[in-house]
Design a protein around this ligand. Structure first.
Ligand SMILES: NC(=O)c1ccc[n+]([C@@H]2O[C@H](COP(=O)([O-])OP(=O)(O)OC[C@H]3O[C@@H](n4cnc5c(N)ncnc54)[C@H](OP(=O)(O)O)[C@@H]3O)[C@@H](O)[C@H]2O)c1
Length: 266
């Protein structure tokens, strides 16, 4: 009898010791979920990423050029109070700096440089190469991600996960290039993004910051309107990109991922 009582006592003591620990962890998680900043979150893949992270309970800094016109994003934010809509044009260095200052003390765990443009395919053809348009494409696809990464670096340093994922494209791969010339402004802007962020990854490693590049594959968004090929859903693409963010770390930093998690040729 007395031996039973001793065992019960030991068991109750163990449970009592474990109880506060368990509740502390869940309380901390409930108080501060991780934060992701996403560019171009009002439509397409950016909206899909915002929805998926919101549903996973993350705090989402959902940035877009025109919050007033972002009706789907606003509806999502209504359902998920941790989705915060902020105005951000990735070509506007002053605007980016203003947002960085506005959220000065807040840590960011993950930055996703998603915003991108193809430009007008017709003015990327032989005899019609519109250099001004090329500068616009470079400003959004190549320089924009760097401006965003640099401006929010202090927030990333304060975050736990310290990751930057840049949404690139297989169209930027020299190794996979086949067929005739097509959309050279878009493709070269993303190839430049790849080399820029590969070097950024090498520099950022000293601070434990991981930087990756990912091809979402052909996805059913406005960008692909009129393109005649099988397209995958935004939901699937968002889930695959998040799986890549999850596995991104300093050891594999600088990798160019395909949407299925394999590596793409540069
Ligand atoms: N869809 C595909 O098959 C595919 C394939 C490979 C790679 N990608 C890449 O995936 C990313 C997302 O593309 P998507 O298919 O979702 O395209 P999308 O539906 O056309 O959306 C593009 C997003 O980028 C935003 N954006 C454009 N210029 C901006 C700027 N200056 N500042 C801030 N945001 C800006 C747009 O905002 P506004 O509404 O204000 O224009 C929009 O939210 C892009 O980087 C694209 O290159 C897509």
């Amino acid at each position: 009898m007395s031996q039973h009582r001793i065992w019960w006592g030991v068991l109750i003591t163990i449970l009592w010791l474990m109880a506060p620990q368990v509740s502390t962890v869940s309380a901390a998680e409930a108080v501060s979920p991780p934060t992701v900043l996403i560019t171009g979150s009002n439509r397409g893949i950016g909206l899909g990423l915002t929805r998926a992270y919101a549903e996973a309970g993350w705090h989402v800094l959902a940035t877009c050029r025109n919050p007033d016109g972002a009706t789907e994003l606003a509806a999502l934010a209504k359902q998920h109070p941790l989705v915060e809509i902020e105005s951000l044009d990735v070509t506007d260095a002053n605007g980016i700096a203003a947002l960085a200052e506005k959220i000065a003390d807040r840590p960011i765990d993950v930055i996703i440089n998603n915003a991108g443009i193809i430009g007008n395919p017709r003015t990327q053809t032989w005899g019609n190469l519109d250099i001004e348009q090329y500068q616009d494409v470079l400003a959004v696809n190549t320089i924009g991600p760097l401006l965003v990464a640099e401006a929010f670096l202090p927030h990333l340093r304060r975050g736990q996960q310290k990751k930057i994922l840049n949404v690139s494209t297989s169209e930027a791969s020299f190794g996979a290039d086949r067929g005739p010339a097509r959309i050279p402004f878009y493709r070269s802007s993303k190839a430049a993004l790849n080399m820029l962020m590969l070097n950024y990854a090498k520099m950022a490693a000293q601070e434990g910051i991981a930087v990756g590049l990912a091809n979402p594959g052909p996805v059913d968004t406005d960008m692909m309107k009129g393109v005649n090929m099988p397209l995958r859903s935004v939901e699937l693409a968002a889930a695959e990109l998040i799986a890549i963010v999850d596995k991104l770390d300093v050891d594999n930093s600088g990798t160019f991922w395909d949407y299925d998690g394999s590596e793409l040729a540069w």
